[in-house]
Write a protein that binds this ligand. Sequence first.
Ligand code: DGT
Ligand code: CA
Ligand code: CA
Ligand code: ZN
Length: 596
Amino acid sequence: MDKDQVAAVLMEIGTLLELKGENPFKTRAYANAARTLEGLDEPLERLLAEDRLGALKGIGEALQEKITALATTGRLPYYEELKASIPAGLVAMLQIPGLGPKKVKALWDRLSLTTVEELEAACLAGRVATLDGFGDKTQAKILEGIAHRRQYAARHLLSDALAAADPILEGLRAHPDVIRCSSAGSVRRFKEVIGDLDFVVSSKQPAAVIDFFTRQPGVQSVSAQGETKASVILAGGLQADLRVVSDREFPFALAYFTGSKEHNIVMRQRALERSLRLNEYGLFRSPTETRDPALLVPCQTEEEIFAALDLAPIPPELREDKGEFAAAERPPLPRLLEWSELRGSLHNHSNWSDGRHALEDIATQMAALGCAYWAITDHSKASFQANGLDAPRLRRQIDEIRALNDRLADQGTEFRLLTGVEVDILKDRLDLNDDLLAQLEVVVASLHVAGSDEADNTQRLIRAAQNPHVHMLGHLTGRLLLEREPYRVNVQAVLDACAETGTWVELNCNPYRFDLDWRFWPYAKIRGVRCAINCDAHRNEHAGFLRLGAGVARKGWLTRADVVNTLPWPQLRAALAAKPNGLRQEKASKSRSARR
Ligand code: DGT
Ligand code: CA
Ligand code: CA
Ligand code: ZN
């Protein structure tokens, strides 16, 4: 175990002892030791090897033994026995606001309650209110806490989080006592699924800002309110946390609360290596933890904090400790994609299959939005539940799109609809013949009915990539966030096949999908696989997904050059033609060399 893992066990031992009613000095000793370990500037291993554990403040012989056992064997019989002697549900009860170890112990001793569910039932039956030290008010508060815990245990889609965050930010920005404000946390890092919203504000009147925050429309309840911070629950159970700091502290608090935790740990470490201390309050010229303004290395912005640690500015999307430090040490960092660089979407549906709008409607709308092109890729016939197109209907659609484009050209409109299909990848072939696919401008191949066998799914996708008429693979893993896990597939093997065949991979920017996941894009990029950021639009308003898709692409380190739908139409047309031509030439040259 490393020091953080050991610290977590010590912390838990302290809590368990409190639940047992042990004397406070003993329980506090464990919590203090845990904090000491967390604050160590060097690996626990080294301390042990050099026998220096005893030199740490507050760590006596008994604790030394336990820490050594955990660090070297990963186990501690004392901890395991203690844990086994206390129902796990009691620890869960501690998370309910207003329930400390004393109260939980009372509930356990006097009502034999051992789980949150039993506690809820006892509250509903009015039994908790009858206990000494509880009463009606406490009982109601516990019930409310249980209901909230259930709600905010839930995770939320990024799109829902952004929709909730935007009006809050606008309100804060307009408030007269707010100097600077920003969203922070996983929303600012553009994670696909988020736990809660975080905001950081600088102000000289924190009380006024906190008051405003807790009373704004949409707040269902206030779960915490202090002098510099507050937490509220919004409709849908989404929690929002606010921190109010001085303007001097703002960049430090913003960087800290943007995270991620993993990123912050490396930042702190870099500071230590320079004999500095970085925390949410500042960057200090100090060998020990401090908040002393006299020692501050002043920074007006996050950029200046990065610079003080010899780093190029790291965009929030990259702050996951997944390579950003190595890149920022040797600038320049890649200039990440901007959403305004996208010129259209290459996978969309119309009312010919399961989309809402007619072709003409879509063309008018997307031209008005400023797109250069928009591909119509309706489902193929195997997707019968989506009214998929068979060959004759698809041929008719091609004719209609061509006629529509002619009319647009006559009117002097530069915009064009592209012909296409989202062809189903069946067990052993594609749902439409190559002759027909060859006539389309954009062919997306998607696996809609995957099997349970990883090798089989992987092979199906690889075969699709090998088809010279397939330009890209759609929603490669089939995941639906918070609803359905990805199907089993070897993503790297599929990406390798895409690299070899010049097949693109979609970043489907429907907020339930964001598929392919941002975590795979750096690998795709190294292999030279290009990305198409597609709305998979079924309605015109889904064009707005492009903006989300661009953010996810940034999180995957993608730049304009990596994304095909940043190309103007003439270049895109050439790129679309490159695959079949390239593969045909390769085939021809192979058969020539075979004949020789
Ligand atoms: P979420 O809300 O679960 O989607 O994820 P985050 O990243 O927004 O996490 P949250 O809201 O708990 O905290 C916001 C940021 O605060 C987090 O990204 C980093 C920072 N932070 C919170 N707790 C810790 C901690 O224990 N250590 C460090 N180094 N940073 C922390
Ligand atoms: Ca958060
Ligand atoms: Ca938070
Ligand atoms: Zn699809």
